[in-house]
Write a protein that binds this ligand. Structure first.
Ligand SMILES: C[S@@+](CC[C@H](N)C(=O)[O-])C[C@H]1O[C@@H](n2cnc3c(N)ncnc32)[C@H](O)[C@@H]1O
Length: 266
């Protein structure tokens, strides 16, 4: 997930989903003037800039997008940086670096990032620490990470590469676990929702490209194996029943389990 251009070409699902989530939750948040807002795991910055910023621009002093990937932050900064919007490198799992932002933000947003975060308990504590009292968190991610599920189905040949991947979280928390760790991190949960959702893509190759854009395995795999690995991913997606293709329209239905949490630091 270090290639901003590849991610930008393949993030329609994420963009639509974030729009839908903000349509529901933005009006439920309490807004004052001159707020300072954080977007964690901003990636290449398009969602921060095209979707979040238009909603916020009259309410805020500053919107800060952070990401652990230097490449993503550099892209976001040069493409979208302006007086009210800045982008910085920050690993939300690094409590020490996060402490620099103690009591800094009125709101924290995070979309499609938290499933990659390895130390979820400490990261939630850092989010709480970075919020001002009365600050709100809107966290959305995939409760079950599709690629992690898919890796479990893969043949032995690929397992030796899978075990090298560093940017991945294999620890899975249920909806109830999440409720508990978010509360323990100091938040009062206003709403927590999660259920199986079906996303419709125009065709199967769009699903495959969406997955490829976030599949770290490609960084560990010799180039001559890329095509064979891609074919294996396709086969296993069907075997794991994560995708269905409509024989009439060709549309591909991709199954996901997103979770959205709206919480407050009292
Ligand atoms: C799939 S992208 C999501 C980007 C954007 N929020 C969106 O919804 O399109 C996930 C991003 O999370 C970032 N990320 C993963 N772990 C992180 C961490 N521990 N701290 C900060 N960013 C992280 C990745 O570098 C990547 O850019």
């Amino acid at each position: 997930m270090h290639c901003p251009e590849q991610y930008l070409k393949n993030n329609d699902m994420q963009r639509k989903d974030v729009e839908n989530i903000l349509n529901v939750y933005f009006k439920k948040m309490v807004w004052k003037s001159n707020e300072i807002v954080l977007d964690i795991g901003c990636g290449p910055g398009d969602i921060t800039s095209d979707i979040l910023y238009p909603l916020l621009k009259d309410k805020i002093n500053q919107l800060v997008g952070v990401d652990k990937s230097i490449e993503m932050v550099e892209h976001a900064k040069k493409t979208y940086g302006c007086s009210k919007m800045d982008f910085k490198v920050l690993d939300i799992g690094n409590a020490n670096d996060c402490s620099f932002y103690s009591n800094r933000f009125n709101k924290i947003f995070s979309f499609y990032c938290f499933h990659w975060v390895q130390n979820k308990v400490d990261s939630l504590r850092s989010m709480n620490l970075m919020l001002k009292s009365g600050g709100e968190l809107l966290l959305n991610y995939l409760l079950i990470t599709p690629l992690v599920e898919l890796y479990k189905f893969m043949d032995t040949e690929w397992q030796k590469y899978i075990k090298d991947i560093k940017q991945i979280s294999y620890v899975s928390y249920s909806k109830d676990d999440m409720r508990e760790i978010i509360t323990k991190a100091g938040f009062r949960i206003i709403n927590l929702e999660s259920s199986v959702k079906q996303y419709t893509f125009p065709d199967l190759s769009t699903v495959l490209n969406t997955l490829k854009a976030v599949d770290e395995l490609y960084n560990y795999l010799p180039e001559h194996l890329h095509d064979r690995y891609a074919a294996h991913v396709k086969e296993k997606l069907f075997e794991a029943q994560m995708v269905k293709v409509c024989p009439i329209t060709g549309n591909a239905i991709f199954m996901c389990v997103p979770i959205t949490v709206h919480a407050i630091k009292d």
